[in-house]
Design a protein. Sequence first.
Length: 497
Amino acid sequence: QLPIPRPSTSPAFPMLDRGGLRGAGLSEDEEDDEVEGDSSILAALSLWNLLIRPPRAWYDVSQLGPREFVAGGVRAVRRDVRLKTPRGVRLECSHFVPRHEESLQKCPVIVYLHGNSSSRLEAATVAEALIAQGISLFCYDASGCGLSEGKYVSLGWHEAQDLAAVIAHLRQSPFCGPVGLWGRSMGAVTALLYADKDPCLGAICVDSPFASLRRLSLELASSSRIPIAVPAFVVGMALAFVRMRVQALADFDIDDIMPAENAARSFAPALFMHARSDDFILPAHSRDIYDAYAGDKQYYTMDGDHNSERGAKVVNHAVAFFRRAFRLGEVDLGITPETLDEVPSVPAEFDGVSRKVPAPRCCPPQPPPTPPTPPVWTWDDDRPATLPAACVPAPRSITGDQGASLMHLEELLDIREPIWTPMTALVSEEGEEKQEQHWQEEEVKQQRAEGMKRMCHQGTVAAAAKGEEASKCAGASAAGLGFGPAARRGQRKLGGA
């Protein structure tokens, strides 16, 4: 048995009167500031309190039950987390996760969204059915509800932004499978306002949503739920006051909340549910949204009213819908060992079980860069010789009087400075004429060097034929290729320029 207490049935949109403001968590000073003016203003005040500041559902954390339990024969754990939304509001959350001892695999997750005068305890009615099917449940107190921060609710407007932060948190875990949304009343509207912005949603189940907040406000203004009935001819004026007051206090426009328009841009599989005797949000609201919905959809009605507890038949029908939408049993949710990192890590946001977590990778690993191939100097006989680091041809063996004669010839020709002079050695102010002169000089030097190479090669061949030693050529060759006194004098002249 699931050791989580069933929450007492509380209305999602309770009737408020003047004395009921204190039940919404207001101080006496706030009551005195808010309740002023004649009865018509009081009626409008009751309406906007009915929308954005219902009584807060306080509870004790112990009512969430033990952290480890068994539901439907499946062992599960609960981990409580606290998330901070981009608006700066801290949300109190709980994640109920079935244990998978046999293998590492992703786990589907349902995010449950409660009504506007409720809390995460409401999710206890669906926890057992989900855990028994191997689906995890994530629930939280919406802003302004339960133990979370916030003073006002916005009937889905700001809650949709908070929901985006919750889903982003869940998807950070490598064990997060397909994500579905299950919302009731305000939670259903929150799911619809978010669904068209997330094409990766697995499925949504919306219970008793309204098609338009303005339409609902007009219906409430003339209903018996307002302590002081508003005459029909002043409904428009009262609604204008409510709209202005809601914008000032809760920072949203009631005319912007139109889930039916969002439904026309949503494509996740959807299940619409509504109680037949609901006289608060009429079944026509959900039917209009169903007709406008663009994706695969299903409509389901049940006995009861807006605040009736959903029975096991209704809950099991919704769970079976999620199983079909997630294709559980058909899609492989396993995590292969190749995707796991070597260092074990604890996914604290998920279930607290120490497991190996894949290292985040934005792209496949790239091989180390290949070192560049060293340049090759080719002699006349096509024998390659690798250049040293100074980009100077390797010395060739020249022996005897041939080496001395070549050194004397190099001094006469003055070609022992480097073959290529870097352009960076030139001063930029020399202008185009000096640059042209420089390139002409380089071309002459290159031609001289080519002639010198041929002479070196012929001397090497002759020396090899006579069988003389190769060691005497090293110094002569180095002198002929830019390391002699004349070369150093040339380099000093170029540096001075």
